[in-house]
Every structure is written in C-alpha cells, then in structure tokens.
Design a protein around this ligand. Structure first.
Ligand SMILES: Cc1ncc(COP(=O)(O)O)c(C=O)c1O
Length: 389
C-alpha cells in the first residue's frame, strides 16, 4: 500500500527546511534571493527521471492532469479517439473527455489490464492514441500492445499511476511508451498529498508538457518571467516546493516500499497461491508492484460468500468490489452523455469485464502490518476461500 504509511521524520525535515532556510511557500521559479539556491521541484523531477532511467520528468498537480498534459502533448485533439480499458480509475476517461476527445473503452483480460486483442479490434482511422493502464501494480502486456501500436503507427500514453516501482522486462512501467504518467496522491506508492508526473524520452513531448503545465511559459533565460515568450496556451497545473520536498523524501523510500510490498504479499501467496478453486490474476512480470492480490472464484455467488466472511472479520478489499463504481466503466451513468457510442448503452457494454470483476476480489497489502498478523491473515483468507466454494 501507499507511501503515506512511511511518511516520517524525513518528509517533516524536508518541509521544515523550506520554511527555515528557503522561503516557505514558493513555486518552482524565481525568488532567488530567499531560496538559497534550492529548486525543489526541479530537484524532484531530476531525481525521478534518474530513478526511472528516462530523459525527462515533469511534475504537475495530479495524475489526472498528467494524463491531460500527456494527451495534449501527443497532439490528441477534439474528436480524436483514444483507446483505453474498462477497468481503470475514472480519471483516465475523464482526461480524454476533458480535452474533447472520444474515449474508446475495451475489455480487460485475466491480467485485469487492457486485452490486446480487444485493443486491436477497436482501432479505427480516427484513433489517435492508446492509453493502457497498469492497474493495481500489474504491468499491462506491453509487448503485444507496443507491437500493435507500432503496426498502426500510434503513440502510447501509459497510465502508471498505480504502478510506480513495477517493472516490465526490466524497465519501469511508465517508461515503455511515448510518455507515461504517475500520481503522487495520498494513496499511491509515493505520496505528496496531491501531485503527478509525466515522464518521456521525447524532447518535444517534454517541452510541450513543461510549457503546458505553466500557462505556456517557455522560461526563456534571455527575458524576465514577466516578459516570457510563449507559443502554446497552457494551464496552471504546477506543484509547490512543499509538495516536491515531500515527494523527494518519499522517492528515496521507493525501493523500501516495493520490497516490503513484495515480502508481505509473498506471505499471503504462500498460503493461497496454489489453491485450485480460485484463479489468481495473471501477472505479466515477476517485478510487478506487489501491493495487491487479486483472485477470482468460479462464480459470483462464491465471491459474495467469501466477501461476507472476509469483511465480517475486519479485513478490507481494494477497489474490487468496494470502489468498483469508480473503477469500472460499466457503472458510469454520469460520464457518457456526450459519447454517442455509449450514451444509451453504457450499462450493456464490457460484459466480459463485468463478469470477471463480479467473480473477483482484490486484497490490499499494507506496509505496516506486522508479520504475525500477515500470517494470520493468510490463514484466514485460505479458510474463507475454502468455506466459500
Ligand atoms: C489509474 C489511475 N489513473 C489516474 C489517477 C488520477 O490520479 P490523481 O488522483 O493524482 O489525479 C489515478 C488515481 O487514483 C489512478 O488510479
């Protein structure tokens, strides 16, 4: 689970240092006389890019706005189609709709991520970009998705908001497509309260995002900021030095967080991993994040029985099913009034995904759970599974 569990003295010291030594409530620019040479947003961006092994990282105000900036940078315009998947966070489709583009939503497969076959079938001559989402820490099938994108000459914007720290074939999720986005909100692998990051190896995309996130400012070194040059309209989706200070302290804990996730997950998997009566989510890479366990029963009745036993004992689920209304497009009656393809039929779409989700549960892995409690949880989960079938 998220980095907020490990917020401690390091984050506190980082924020106090800003107030004590470098000007308090600043943003990324200017105020040289009071910031003592510290540019914390820029320092965070450099450290993030270096950690992920990519050329550019642009910090922005949220994962949602990172998606908006990424789509705009890929030149997605009103009326263009963007393909994403049915099991996502609502923000993924909101971002597409916010820029006037058209969401084309395809089913998930047993990875609980975009089904590459469904992706290929959904491509039209109006498709402008593909947005796979690495849900709950498991990388999407980037080998097939990248091949399909290449065959059709389409760019990929990876949503890695729920997968910071996961790797696919040795490379961090978010760095495999043309651009990738992350969230730093309170529930993510590392947190800053709110915040997001766009990463890319493409100089043009990086330049677009840098300018877009700051009202179009080019930060031309030859003129004062008040007379700055600009070529594109943007928004204010900046983060503050305070958020960046917290995010930098958290970034240093990323490996620790991922290692604890994986160790804790393995304790539970040792108990249930080979139960034949449930089907474990298919992981695309052993370097997945490890902060969630998803499995499916044969039918929804068994799942409901398990959930009753599990939640009555004081345990929680993570999104499936407790927050499925925010994570499955088949429940979004508020979203599609301007999307002709789904306007009158959103509830009848994505039946393959709906059936899979109705049979499934998702268990969160917490960082601070003592190992004896995890062992108890593992035994309980196994018992509840066996009592449910
Ligand atoms: C997959 C996914 N994409 C995008 C977002 C949006 O991130 P934020 O909350 O920072 O706007 C989230 C947040 O939960 C998410 O899980």
């Amino acid at each position: 689970m998220p980095g907020f569990e490990l917020v401690g003295q390091e984050e506190r010291d980082a924020v106090l240092e800003i107030f004590d030594q470098s000007g308090g409530c600043l943003f990324a620019h200017g105020f040289h006389q009071i910031r003592n040479g510290r540019f914390r947003v820029r320092e965070f961006e450099a450290a993030f890019a270096e950690k992920l092994g990519c050329s550019h990282a642009q910090a922005v105000s949220s994962g949602t706005m990172a998606l908006v900036a990424g789509l705009k940078a890929l030149d997605v315009n009103p009326g263009d189609e963007v393909i994403t998947q049915s099991f996502v966070f609502v923000a993924c489709v909101e971002a597409i709709i916010a820029i006037g583009a058209v969401p084309v939503i395809v089913d998930i497969d047993d990875t609980f991520n975009m089904d590459p076959t469904a992706l290929e079938a959904a491509i039209t001559d109006r498709t402008k970009a593909i947005m796979p989402v690495h849900m709950l820490g498991n990388p999407a099938d980037m080998t097939r998705i990248s091949q399909i994108a290449k065959n059709h000459d389409l760019p990929i914007l990876e949503d890695a908001c729920e997968a910071l720290g996961a790797k696919y074939r040795g490379q961090y999720c978010g760095t495999l497509g043309d651009a990738g986005v992350f969230s730093l909100d309170f529930q993510k692998t590392i947190v800053a309260g709110e915040g997001g990051v766009v990463v890319t190896n493409n100089d043009r995309i990086a330049k677009y995002c840098r300018e877009y996130h700051d009202h179009g400012h080019e930060n031309n070194p030859d003129v004062p900021r008040g007379c700055d040059t600009r070529t594109i309209p943007g928004l204010n989706i900046r983060i503050t030095e305070m958020q960046a200070a917290v995010a930098s302290a958290q970034l240093k804990k990323l490996d620790t967080i991922v290692n604890i996730n994986r160790r804790h997950k393995s304790i539970i998997m040792d108990a249930i991993g080979d139960l034949e009566c449930i089907q474990m989510r298919r992981l695309t890479d052993e370097d997945e994040l490890g902060d969630t366990i998803i499995f499916s029963f044969e039918n929804a009745m068994q799942t409901r029985k398990f959930l009753q036993l599990y939640t009555e004992s004081g345990y929680f689920t993570k999104n499936i099913p407790d927050a499925i209304d925010w994570h499955f497009s088949g429940t979004w009656n508020h979203m599609f009034k301007d999307v002709p393809a789904y306007k009158d039929s959103w509830g009848e779409q994505w039946t393959k995904s709906a059936k899979l989700l109705a049979r499934s549960v998702s268990l969160p892995i917490f960082l601070k759970t003592p190992e004896d409690q995890l062992t108890q949880m593992a035994q309980d989960v196994k018992k509840f599974v066996l009592e449910s079938i």
